[in-house]
Design a protein around this ligand. Structure first.
Ligand SMILES: Nc1ncnc2c1ncn2[C@@H]1O[C@H](COP(=O)(O)OP(=O)(O)OP(=O)(O)O)[C@@H](O)[C@H]1O
Ligand SMILES: [Mg+2]
Length: 279
């Protein structure tokens, strides 16, 4: 059964925040002018591995440009769902569609927990890999440089991956995912291996590029506070189905650690714990 918990700020609190927010961030509050995201329609999606029925009928509509976080206990099928969305795995039953638009392979990208950089290629070449078929085009370098600049690593273009920190490698992986201007970007625990401070700065970067580029974002995470800080909506998967579907109606920029986000996080965590209790 799907349920929706909604929260919203009292008007006074909203106004107070707007007063203190720097101008640049207020401007970013507006939706991107050219929303490039694709909507996702998932109907009756099923996937088994042998006798293991992992997904048992997932129904989910994601409007274009929405930021959705997917949470659930380990082994519940989150990565499987992302792999099916990205076309990396075959569907047993049901369907996944992306609106009426004709889509190209570059439109849908996945970023994983490990950066998966090519050790023998310099940073810029690693980003160019994300261009796929366009890699040989005359503007490939320029596009890769722009993507590197977006993640704040323009000065690392000629470095080898081995000399980068874990957070920098993840930013290169993000640039590689962004360079083709994906219309759906799926993240599978992309920040799971990072220390707490790097993780927070990467969360801000993810939110910024999502707002700037307008892709539809699907973030799998174990971290419920990360989910409520970043997403418009948090979907909880349990026993192969969507157990809860929670809207995060909290204005951006969000104040980390606010009572409002903490309350939402607590409600989702208790859903997850009660799901565990049934096992
Ligand atoms: N290629 C595969 N072959 C066989 N079983 C698989 C395969 N991929 C996933 N599974 C099984 O499907 C189930 C769901 O796996 P999945 O990786 O989607 O879980 P998850 O929710 O991402 O877990 P985690 O939070 O630990 O990453 C698990 O029981 C797993 O063993
Ligand atoms: Mg997983």
């Amino acid at each position: 059964m799907q349920t929706a918990l909604r929260t919203s700020l009292p008007e006074t609190e909203r106004a107070g925040r707007a007063t203190f927010a720097p101008t640049a961030r207020v401007v970013r509050e507006e939706r991107p002018v050219q929303a490039s995201g694709l909507p996702l329609n998932i109907r009756g999606l099923r996937k088994s591995f042998g006798d293991n029925e992992v997904l048992r009928g997932i129904d989910l509509h994601i409007p274009a440009g929405q930021f959705v976080a997917i949470v659930g206990k380990s082994g519940c099928g989150k990565s499987t769902l992302l792999r099916l969305i990205a076309g990396l795995e075959k569907i047993d039953a049901g369907s996944i569609s992306f609106g009426d638009a004709a889509i190209k392979p570059e439109d849908i990208r996945v970023m994983f927990q490990e950066p998966r950089l090519l050790p023998w290629a310099r940073v810029l070449s690693n980003v160019e890999v994300g261009l796929g078929r366009d890699r040989s085009s005359s503007d490939a370098h320029a596009r890769a440089e722009k993507a590197l600049a977006e993640v704040g690593l323009a000065d690392k273009r000629d470095q080898w991956p081995s000399v980068l920190s874990g957070g920098q490698k993840q930013r290169v992986a993000l640039a590689r995912a962004l360079v083709s201007h994906p219309r759906v970007l799926a993240f599978d625990e992309p920040l799971g291996a990072l220390d707490a401070l790097t993780r927070i700065s990467m969360q801000r970067l993810l939110e910024r590029v999502w707002r700037d580029q307008g892709f539809t974002a699907i973030l799998v995470t174990h971290d419920v506070s990360e989910a409520v800080a970043l997403a418009d909506r948090v979907v909880v998967i349990d026993e192969g189905r969507i157990a809860h579907d929670v809207m995060v109606n909290v204005a951006r920029p969000r104040e980390r650690g606010s009572a409002e986000l903490a309350g939402l996080e607590g409600a989702i965590l208790s859903n997850l714990l009660s799901a565990d209790d049934r096992v």
